[in-house]
Design a protein around this ligand. Sequence first.
Ligand code: FEO
Length: 392
Amino acid sequence: MRKIIKNIYEVGAIDWDRRLFDKLIPTPDGTTYNAYLIKGSEKTALLDTVDPPKSDTLFNNLAKAGVEKIDYVISHHGEQDHSGCINEVLLIYPEAKVVTNPKCKAMLMDLLQTEEDKFITVEDDQTLSLGDKTLQFIYTPWVHWPETMSTYVQEDKILFSCDFFGSHLATSSLFVDDEGVVYEAAKRYYAEIMMPFRSNIKKNMERLAPFQIDMIAPSHGPLYDKPEFIVNAYKDWISDEVKNEVVIPYVSMHESTKLLVEYLVEALIERNVAVKQFNLASSDLGKLAMALVDAATIVIGTGTVLTGAHPKAAYAAVLVNALRPKTRFASIVGSYGWGGKMVEQIQQLLVNMKVEFIEPVVVKGVPKQEGFEAVDKLADQILTKHKQIGIA
Ligand code: FEO
């Protein structure tokens, strides 16, 4: 239990060991599940809970805080890493009501089977008084589920933003103490979870703009006592601007594709285009997602397996397609032994990407002079495209 300001505490848990979310998303730095206790002069509210395996920590913290009665459990988001202990809270504090919006209520009834009479629903902008503290609920949908909302404490000018602005970073620091470290973790979090909803996040940022926010308290990672740091980072990530960068995820079985990729990387560097190369056989896919936050171009490298793309390249293409980065151009390099449809397959897997495809380079067997010349041409075309949009 850690005091944030008078009568507002962080009562959640640090998960130093978490390495994967949703059996998909790498969290190499662990995470925290922040829950907050607000003791008003008349009522007490708990803002979210923790992931169920960490419930002991939450209830020990509430005991340490001397909490005998909880009037309201504010549920910002239905996902179980924040909502998963709500039913346990209701058992231990039976007078508590779950305060949330109608969409989140429906989700909690679906996911946790919470009883309907336990809920109080609130509309966008509605307030709830705890006595000397007023909670204002602000709908901030699609960060990253449709029901998510935030709470603004009017008297203290603190925004409790749930997943929005969060970072997967296990740390004993309550507040950001190293902006470089948190920037990296928050960018990873944005890339892995928020990026597909960039336009919704823009709307939410506009919605929050009129509020004076002195502190942002997310549900993962440290709190921002200088919120402009994370707000400015988000403004950059959600902007329509792309950078003079090419991301090259590739997989190569017998080194032919690797030769093409390495030649392309050098050719781009010679043309002053930044490159990020990822070997899909061993790379952290979170790093690939982060690179796609800014890059203007993606080039997927793959050999041919059983007439199609290598499954690791297909997996990366499915992931990229789901993350919907603002990437403007795409191409493919690779090789084949006797035939196949790997170009068509990768292009089909990128169906959600609003990209212009640049002529791919596909060679038979080991690349020869002709193949390398085609890669030079590809590098030229990428540079031309970047110049056309004013970034090179
Ligand atoms: Fe941290 Fe979407 O839950």
